[in-house]
Design a binder for this molecule. Structure first.
Ligand SMILES: Nc1ncnc2c1ncn2[C@@H]1O[C@H](COP(=O)(O)OP(=O)(O)OP(=O)(O)O)[C@@H](O)[C@H]1O
Length: 616
């Protein structure tokens, strides 16, 4: 690069000397200088090409690094509340959009350094002809300032457009992806979708166009100023030539080099603009870093303090020996061989992470209230519950009653706004989130469809088992998903989904069954959650799925005192649960087992009667 950049000003010097040699009729010198100029120009071009190889390599490394960082930042917190904050989503859009620009950061930095070197050499050569020409690069200061201003205008406009860019991207994905194709086609929604996308995009481009125009005017004014300074420089040297103190070669030299300074300055300005754009993206990444940075856990409660040494059983906890109570020290290895309580000094003793080896008392909600970030609607309102170790909990209630929210809090994906959730007497806030989440096995209503291989789809449940076929088949058997896999020509390595490549598409229920296998791959869970499986299943399939889940949950309950939580609209599914909680607008309306709730004759009994009637 350095050779390439030095070649340009040397060409100016050689041209000046060539002119003088030609005028003095020194043919052989002129020919030699011509050859030197040709060599220098070849060098300049060649070196640029070689430099590109390295720019490409560096840009790749740079982009990989940043993409990794953004993906890591998006999931750096155990909680997921940042995804509910509009600014976070906006930042992710801006950063993703800016990643392509960051590719050019190193190239721009190196090129800018090369140009600065070139400007310095050129200025020194010019000053040797006319000392006043030392000031020529200074004339570039106003264009740099104006350029800076123009770039700021552009950046602000891009930031303001983030919302429309998000909308537009969402609409493009609605109009072009298979998952929404059915409804788009049947509701004949393609034209309105495209019109909406066009409107969102036009709003962005209209704003950006007017700002681009203003910044182009500013940049042109800066360049015009520099052109004037360049005119003055040429005038100074021509005047010297007229008065006889400069020769023709020097005039040629100055004109060549002054043109180069002009090109160098405009090149440097463009590179500065690029770097400012990159800087903007980097500052967005920095904002993301700050957004996800959390204060360290407030206190690391000594969990052993919270567990009564006397073996006293707190309210609501299942006494030892009661149905569902853990078998002390038991290491239950079921035929499937996957559920086993890890060995520990004393059963249930919590290590430093605050997560007990096995649950002995259970989970307790103490006056839990919850409001989603940046909203003011109370979703859970003063929920108090005792869920003994080894028991099953069913949560029922109307749409929007807060059932899934309660489950998300239980998994540590959100923190209660007030109140506490205690796991064996330890506040979930004081428990190591990652450790707790590693001991939860969940199948959510909106489970993920990983368009990867079946192996990866299931293996995500326990990464250590990703390459252990025996473990994967075990989980698939427990989820009764073996036949889904055996039908595929690629077996465990069959690619799923139509997102890319030549994957096969599954039915909603089949995707869910694989999701269940993923859940059942987990070992030693303390909390098993099945959230609203009915979405993709008929009543019989839901019941079967419930039974498969219960079988694993029973093993986990016996082995580690695990708690199983079901969320369902189907009352027939939940009637066998040890405890049923009826949520009504975020409050616990009633709770107890099926018989108790039926005897009360309140909402549960009414809804159960309605559903039973409908099925009859
Ligand atoms: N990420 C979120 N940000 C803001 N509000 C949310 C969020 N998720 C859910 N809500 C709101 O919280 C309320 C309760 O939602 P939740 O999903 O817990 O209900 P649910 O009882 O599981 O309903 P359903 O039976 O329909 O699944 C809803 O009114 C919903 O609008």
């Amino acid at each position: 690069m350095t050779i390439g950049y030095l070649a340009a000003p040397l060409v100016g010097v050689a041209l000046g000397a060539l002119t003088n040699a030609a005028l003095d009729q020194q043919t052989s010198l002129a020919v030699t200088l011509g050859a030197v100029i040709a060599t220098l120009l070849i060098f300049e071009l060649m070196m640029g090409h070689f430099a590109h190889l390295y720019y490409f390599e560096l840009a790749d490394l740079q982009q990989l690094e940043l993409t990794d960082e953004v993906a890591t930042l998006a999931h750096s917190n155990p909680q997921i509340d940042q995804f509910d904050r509009p600014r976070f989503a906006e930042l992710l859009t801006l950063v993703t959009e800016g990643l392509q620009r960051v590719r050019s950061a190193l190239e721009a930095t190196l090129q800018l350094s090369g140009l600065l070197l070139q400007v310095t050499i050129t200025t020194v050569i010019l000053a040797m002809v006319e000392p006043w020409l030392l000031l020529l690069p200074l004339a570039a200061v106003p264009p740099v300032l104006v350029n800076n201003r123009a770039q700021k205008l552009l950046d602000a406009a891009r930031d303001e457009s983030a919302h429309e860019i998000q909308l537009s991207t969402h609409l493009v994905s609605l109009a072009t992806t298979g998952s929404s194709a059915k409804e788009v086609r049947l509701f004949n929604a393609q034209a309105p979708l495209i019109a909406r996308q066009r409107a969102a995009w036009s709003a962005t481009t209209a704003r950006l166009w007017s700002v681009h125009r203003r910044s182009a005017l500013l940049r042109a004014a800066g360049q015009a100023w520099f052109a004037c300074a360049y005119g003055v420089a040429v005038f100074l040297v021509v005047r010297q030539a007229v008065t006889g103190s400069a020769n023709v070669g020097q005039v040629v030299l100055v004109i060549t080099l002054a043109v180069q300074v002009s090109v160098q300055v405009s090149g440097a300005l463009a590179l500065l603009g690029t770097l400012q754009g990159v800087g903007r993206t980097v500052s967005h990444v920095e904002e993301l870093r700050v957004a996800v940075a959390r204060p360290a856990r407030s206190s690391s409660a000594d969990a052993s303090e919270a567990v009564p040494a006397t073996g006293e059983v707190p309210d609501g906890a299942t006494p030892p020996g009661a149905p569902g109570a853990p078998v002390d020290g038991a290491l239950v290895t079921a035929s499937s061989g996957t559920v086993a309580a890890p060995a520990a000094g004393s059963p249930g003793a919590a290590p430093a992470s605050g997560v007990p080896v096995r649950l002995t008392r259970g989970i307790r909600f103490e006056d839990v209230t919850f409001t989603y970030p940046d909203t003011d609607r109370v979703i859970l309102d003063g929920v108090s519950l005792d869920v003994p170790a080894g028991s099953t909990l069913a949560v029922v209630g109307d749409n929007g009653a807060g059932k899934s929210t309660l489950v998300k809090l239980l998994c540590g994906l959100y923190r209660p706004t007030s109140g506490r959730i205690l796991v064996d007497g330890v506040d979930l806030r004081d428990v190591d989130d990652a450790e707790w989440q590693a001991r939860t096995a969940t199948l959510f209503q909106d489970f993920a469809r990983f368009e990867l291989t079946i192996r990866e789809n299931v293996g995500v449940g326990r990464l250590e088992s990703l390459d252990v076929d025996e473990d994967l088949w075990g989980a698939l058997d427990r989820a009764r998903a073996r036949s889904i896999v055996e039908k595929q020509s690629g077996g465990l390595d069959q690619l799923l989904g139509h997102g890319y490549g030549n994957g096969v598409e599954l039915s909603g229920g089949q995707w869910q069954t694989l999701g269940l296998a993923r859940t059942l791959l987990r070992r030693d869970p303390l909390l098993l959650v099945l959230d609203e499986p009915a979405a993709a299943l008929d009543a019989a399939a839901e019941h079967a799925l419930f039974e498969r889940f219960v079988a694993t949950a029973d093993e986990a309950g016996r082995a580690g005192g695990a708690i199983t939580c079901f969320v369902s609209h189907r009352f027939s599914t939940v009637r066998d649960a040890d405890q049923i909680v009826v949520l009504d607008a975020g409050k616990v309306r009633e709770h107890g087992d099926h018989a108790t709730l039926m005897a009360r004759g309140d909402l549960y009994a009414e809804l159960f009667g309605l559903q039973a009637g409908a099925y009859a």
